[in-house]
Design a protein around this ligand. Structure first.
Ligand SMILES: [Zn+2]
Ligand SMILES: [Zn+2]
Length: 137
């Protein structure tokens, strides 16, 4: 499963856990209800896409994608597919870090992007971007 869309959905209110912007300041916020206490905005998702692209070694022009709403779908698929092929990390302290959206620990996800006290895994980034773009299955 490359995109964990099962629990994520658009949030009508809240503050982005990564940049602190409110719903009015961004195009979209995505969280995991019912306890959608942690939400991420479309701009931070675009940044996460850039970070993941770098980790996956996929060429990407970050300046052209300020919102996840504009991030090329094929590119995101390539990034997620590349990351999914990575061997699992063996870091001994990985259990301390888990995705704030799907709750999976670091050792179970190919990549984890850190914010201020929050984390989002690659498949939640993929799922959230799909939701922002209205491509949710
Ligand atoms: Zn944000
Ligand atoms: Zn996750």
């Amino acid at each position: 499963m490359l995109r964990d869309e099962s629990k994520l959905q658009l949030a009508t209110e809240g503050t982005c856990a990564f940049c602190g912007k409110t719903r009015r300041e961004v195009r979209a916020l995505v969280g995991a209800p019912p306890a959608a206490t942690v939400v991420i905005c479309d701009e931070c998702l675009a940044l996460c896409c850039s970070i993941l692209a770098e980790q996956a070694g996929v060429p990407h022009d970050a300046a052209r994608n300020e919102s996840a709403a504009d991030f090329p779908n094929e590119k995101l698929d390539a990034i997620l597919a590349t990351l999914a092929q990575r061997p699992p990390t063996k870091h001994p302290h990985d259990d301390r870090y888990r995705c704030s959206f799907c709750q999976r620990p670091r050792r179970e996800v190919p990549a984890l992007v850190a914010g201020p006290g929050v984390f989002i895994c690659d498949s939640c980034v993929g799922g959230a971007v799909a939701i922002v773009q209205g491509r949710r299955a």
